[in-house]
Design a protein around this ligand. Structure first.
Ligand code: DQA
Length: 144
């Protein structure tokens, strides 16, 4: 069975209580349940991780090919705008990667308008709340 690595970046563990006007009230646990349901329907396996630590994310991405993942679905959260290290890790493993954001990063503060991850991703889904994840997973499944 094909395997997709789902990565949630910093502060996404706080979804449901964090800036609910921007990110909605859905918890990360609920998002993961919805993703798992969609994955099962499409007969793919998911491994889901969340970390607030840049280096840990770099380690996980760097091992993704060795760990036999076929694609990555990632919400890099704040690291989207700052992390050359995560960008380089994605470039290094050359697995199809889909970037997702709950909010529309281009409609927010200027510092969020730049994604260092977008140029090394297959594509990006931004602004559809929980549906960004579901659309992103659907895209990742179609790629593999
Ligand atoms: C986010 C957008 C980022 O700018 C922000 O730092 C996040 C969440 C989103 O899903 O909308 O933490 O990636």
């Amino acid at each position: 069975m094909k395997k997709i690595l789902v990565i949630h970046g910093p502060n996404l563990d706080l979804l449901g209580e964090r800036e609910t006007n921007v990110y909605g009230k859905t918890t990360l646990k609920k998002i993961n349940e919805l993703l798992t349901k969609l994955a099962k329907k499409n007969k793919v396996t998911l491994e889901i991780v969340q970390s607030n630590h840049e280096g840990e994310l770099v380690d996980i991405i760097g091992q993704a090919k060795k760990n036999k993942f076929n694609a990555i679905l990632i919400n890099p959260a704040a690291y989207t705008h700052t992390s050359v290290a995560i960008r380089d890790a994605i470039a290094a493993i050359s697995l199809p990667t889909v970037e997702v954001h709950l909010s529309n990063i281009y409609a927010r503060e200027e510092f969020r308008h730049t994604s260092l991850i977008a140029p090394v991703s297959f594509g990006q889904v931004s602004g559809f709340g929980v549906d960004s994840y579901l659309l992103g997973l659907q895209a990742a499944i179609s790629l593999i």
